[in-house]
Ligand binder design. Sequence first.
Ligand SMILES: CC/C=C\C/C=C\C/C=C\C/C=C/C(=O)SCCNC(=O)CCNC(=O)[C@H](O)C(C)(C)COP(=O)(O)OP(=O)(O)OC[C@H]1O[C@@H](n2cnc3c(N)ncnc32)[C@H](O)[C@@H]1OP(=O)(O)O
Length: 229
Amino acid sequence: MGFGTVSRGGSSRWPDQRLCTVEMGPPCHTSCLSRRKSSSSPKIKVDLDSSTGIAVMKFQSPPVNSLSLDFLTEFCISLEKLEMDRSCRGVVVTSALPKIFSAGLDIMEMYGKSPERCGEFWKAVQEMWLKLYGSNMVTIAAINGSSPAGGCLMALTCDYRIMAENPRYGIGLNETQLGIVAPFWFKDTMVNTVGHRTTELALELGLLYSAPDALRLAWWTSWCRRTRC
Ligand SMILES: CC/C=C\C/C=C\C/C=C\C/C=C/C(=O)SCCNC(=O)CCNC(=O)[C@H](O)C(C)(C)COP(=O)(O)OP(=O)(O)OC[C@H]1O[C@@H](n2cnc3c(N)ncnc32)[C@H](O)[C@@H]1OP(=O)(O)O
């Protein structure tokens, strides 16, 4: 798989060449296996191949990988652990569930909760964004399912995106369709990737894009024809 370039740098873990390639073929002889480190928390599984320096972080929180306080906390801890592991240079975030990358913020976290709990939740959302955006590692979203709202934010916050081509999968900041306003820093993250005009239209209308449409609008430079990638 090939990925396009973005202007982000300042890390020794970034490859010298600005075009980077990730091979995700079958690993499988013994010496390779011994370089694999796995860890699993209830909602997130991480596999790090120290020989390539690439970790795959899989979301496994049925039914829709919604971003609950627990999910976000596990996400940040997993990312921090990889950040501290000098053998890890890049991380692919993806879903272990069929059809869904992430349904975005867990709606149940925003309903009938105490102000303290709401504050804790919102801080965790911001923490996820800050940690992912500020990561020293190369971050890649392999979007193998629908990715509305907060799920889209997470994908946009990565350095690179690849999306599985399936007409049922949509990605976008569709908050307007839900009657809520995307926070300014959600909007800014989208502007940084696709520019002002596309963002303005997308947010006003609460659009969800298919992979080919998003590709045309420069959300990414590659999409994957398999439904699972
Ligand atoms: C405290 C906070 C303070 C301030 C913040 C204030 C405002 C924040 C403002 C804006 C930012 C908002 C960002 C967001 O991310 S809001 C969430 C937006 N996401 C959605 O609306 C997604 C809605 N879901 C879907 O479109 C579909 O479910 C999906 C395409 C993901 C999957 O479709 P599918 O047909 O496969 O499954 P469903 O039958 O629809 O759902 C299965 C199951 O999952 C539950 N579900 C779905 N989405 C969520 C979610 N985001 N949070 C929690 N639960 C979710 C759904 O209810 C079903 O449950 P059940 O009926 O029990 O089976």
